[in-house]
Write a protein that binds this ligand. Structure first.
Ligand code: SIN
Length: 281
């Protein structure tokens, strides 16, 4: 079925470009169904050459799930579910620079994210994605059984990377919208089963996982470091070179991503919608 869409994979690990669709026009429900299947298959879908208003982006988001409110930033005017990710020419740091899956610190982390490129740098500002099914599948049987039933603590203020507060304060274009000051924390299985595919995925990330239940952060760190490095081996990843007008949707339940910060002095502006998710199991 997915074959009837014009899809080109962008790496052997994950990610695909869906060509020739105008997402602002009315989509046949059959196409929406195929796109959902394609997302489960490729985990990251790129729709090039889109011309979308915020309302269009929300309409598309609602075909894939229920838009959520991001706790740390206010939305754009009139659309609380859409946040602007902006790095100006003056900013030195960027949003989402460390590998992570979105909002794993929430009790019900976001199942998916929809990012629309409004302005992109001439070069740089790519986003990397990693396939967390493959990260799990490629662990040894011994390590898999050791990690089976381990639960992790996840925090929005992960100390290893300075916490979300430290990062956001320095983004001049985004700071006015900064609202949430408390850390948000949750406990989840570190191997989760995808509710739709039934496949197991590694569910740790260096941005939010602080420690494993019953272990100290110091005891956890060497294992966490191993797992997070393992998960982002080049053959488990893809790299997205953004073009203005790209709309990308990814599945946070089985991927991680990282926004590169290699475009100093240039501007990058995106609109992001996250989709409500369930409790990881
Ligand atoms: C994010 O972490 O959601 C932002 C990714 C990006 O800006 O490429």
């Amino acid at each position: 079925m997915v074959e009837s869409l014009n899809i080109t994979p962008i790496s052997g690990a994950l990610g695909a470009r869906v060509n020739g669709l105008d997402l602002a026009s009315r989509l046949d429900p059959r196409i929406t169904h195929l796109l959902k299947d394609a997302l489960l298959k490729y985990l990251v879908l790129v729709f090039p050459n889109q011309e979308l208003t915020p309302k269009d982006q929300l309409k598309i988001a609602r075909k894939f799930g229920r838009p959520d409110i991001y706790p740390f930033l206010d939305g754009i005017d009139g659309h609380p579910e859409i946040i602007e990710i902006l790095k100006t020419e003056k900013d030195k740091i960027n949003f989402g620079v460390h590998w992570h899956s979105d909002t794993t610190y929430m009790a019900r982390p976001n199942m998916g994210t929809i990012l629309y490129a409004i302005e992109v740098p001439r070069y740089g500002g790519d986003t990397l994605f990693a396939n967390m099914y493959k990260a799990y599948d490629s662990l040894s049987p011994g390590l898999k059984s050791m990690l089976h039933n381990v639960r992790g603590h996840y925090s929005s203020a992960q100390k290893n990377i300075g916490g979300r507060d430290a990062k956001m304060k320095n983004l001049t274009g985004m700071k006015k919208a900064y609202t949430e000051t408390r850390a948000i924390e949750a406990i989840h299985p570190i191997i989760r089963t995808h509710p739709e595919t039934g496949r197991k995925a590694l569910y740790v990330n260096f941005s939010h996982t602080t420690h494993f239940e019953g272990m100290t952060p110091e005891e956890t760190l060497p294992i966490l470091r191993y797992l997070t490095n393992h998960a982002v081996r080049p053959e488990l990843t893809c790299r997205l070179r953004w073009k203005q007008g790209d709309l990308v949707i990814w599945d946070n339940r089985c991927t991680q991503h990282k926004a590169l910060n290699d475009y100093q002095g240039q501007r990058r502006q995106m609109h992001r919608i996250t989709l409500k998710g369930g409790r990881p199991k």
